[in-house]
Design a protein around this ligand. Structure first.
Ligand SMILES: NC(=O)c1ccc[n+]([C@@H]2O[C@H](COP(=O)([O-])OP(=O)(O)OC[C@H]3O[C@@H](n4cnc5c(N)ncnc54)[C@H](OP(=O)(O)O)[C@@H]3O)[C@@H](O)[C@H]2O)c1
Length: 340
């Protein structure tokens, strides 16, 4: 059994990792850690684990984590995460980092976007972007995987089959995305506090969200040219889920059936992408607590635009599930192990 640790285990993504890895056939959870002075019972914070996993969350200590694990999942805020990645990598561990710290090929873009210095740009070059539908072979060989952001997962999976296709204008992409409140993590802020967000729908970080450069870097690489996209996130009063509606200008009219076929072919080997049939639209309920990304396409002949809709669970395909999917590839387990 693979000895696995989770750091940031008290957070939402960390708790989701515990839920998934607890049922993984090849994994033994050996250490759960967080920013603590003394251990706390997991079930005192997340009572849903009572009787299922009677473990403590321990104060995080890199040396002890290195001793007790083969693989470490880091579900930590950006900047904090790299402080763990560097020593754990030196200790020979396999690392799956859910933060933004190793997601960018271009460290300067990371530093400008997140306003922090990267601790180890050389090590950054070792990291592979953990989107299995696009980078499966590289993930299999990686020792550090940077698990993509939740919004980038939903937008990149929606756009990837179109990149390099002459019938779309890749410079015209507009992504309008709506997320449940767990996307903001466990600590409430004025905007995510229940009375502020309940019964309300609001856009935020318009034209300046941190996930925009991440989406642009990956789509530009796929398109083979620098792209700028318009991305507008919204906070929806629900616990989890992201629905992205993406608009792309068609340079020439293409049959909806032909585009659908392109998506079906592109994702035919992808066990967690469900390309929906014509006249079927995705919703977040259908993917809640699952690692699926549902995708639908609609051609609006009137405006000559393609509309792509994607739905994921931000904590699963947008975070913990995608990380487990990457681990499966890295270790040669079935890609779906622990996830279906
Ligand atoms: N939530 C999502 O849907 C989602 C999706 C994709 C990616 N992510 C990424 O995943 C990471 C975790 O997100 P989250 O939503 O789970 O956040 P979260 O709920 O705030 O959890 C982060 C956890 O890390 C702990 N922590 C902070 N500094 C630490 C340190 N130095 N040592 C050990 N633990 C420390 C936090 O403790 P305190 O609260 O006491 O500081 C908290 O328990 C972030 O980088 C986020 O961007 C999240």
């Amino acid at each position: 059994m693979l000895r696995v640790g989770i750091v940031g285990a008290l957070g939402y993504a960390g708790a989701e990792l515990i839920r998934l890895l607890r049922g993984h056939p090849e994994v033994k959870l050996t250490i759960l850690a967080d920013k603590l002075e003394k251990p706390v019972a997991l079930s005192s914070v997340y009572p849903q684990f009572r009787g299922k996993l009677d473990a403590d969350i321990e104060p995080a200590d890199s040396e002890r984590i290195a001793q007790e694990t083969d693989v470490v999942f880091l579900a930590l805020p950006h900047k904090v995460s790299q402080e763990y990645v560097v020593p754990l990598y030196k200790a020979g561990k396999i690392i799956l980092d859910l933060s933004a710290d190793f997601r960018f090929d271009d460290v300067t873009t990371y530093e400008q976007t997140y306003g922090v210095r990267h601790l180890d740009p050389k090590l950054n070059r070792e990291a592979v972007y953990g989107l299995p539908e696009l980078f499966c072979e590289a993930i299999k060989k990686a020792r550090i995987v940077a698990v993509p952001g939740c919004y980038p997962t939903s937008v990149i999976l929606g756009c990837a089959p179109l990149m390099g296709k002459e019938y779309v204008d890749p410079h015209s992409i507009i992504a309008d995305a709506k997320s449940g409140v767990s996307g903001a993590g466990r600590s409430p802020t004025p905007a995510t506090h229940f009375p502020e967000c309940n019964e309300s729908l609001a856009a935020y970080s318009v034209a300046q969200h941190r996930h925009t450069p991440e989406i642009e870097e990956k789509l530009s690489a796929l398109a083979g040219m620098p792209l700028r996209i318009t991305f507008t996130p919204h906070l929806v009063p629900m616990n989890r889920g992201i629905l992205s509606t993406i608009y792309v200008k068609l340079k020439s009219m293409v049959d909806e059936e032909a585009i659908l076929k392109r998506y079906q072919q592109f994702y035919q080997e992808a066990p967690f992408v469900r390309v929906l049939p014509v006249n079927t639209l995705p919703n977040t309920r259908a993917v809640t607590c699952s690692n699926f990304c549902d995708i639908a396409i609609v051609v609006d002949a009137r405006t000559q635009r393609l509309i792509v809709l994607t739905a994921i669970d931000n904590l699963v395909k947008g975070a913990a599930g995608q990380a487990v999917q990457c681990l499966n590839l890295m270790r040669g387990f079935p890609e779906t192990a622990g996830l279906l």
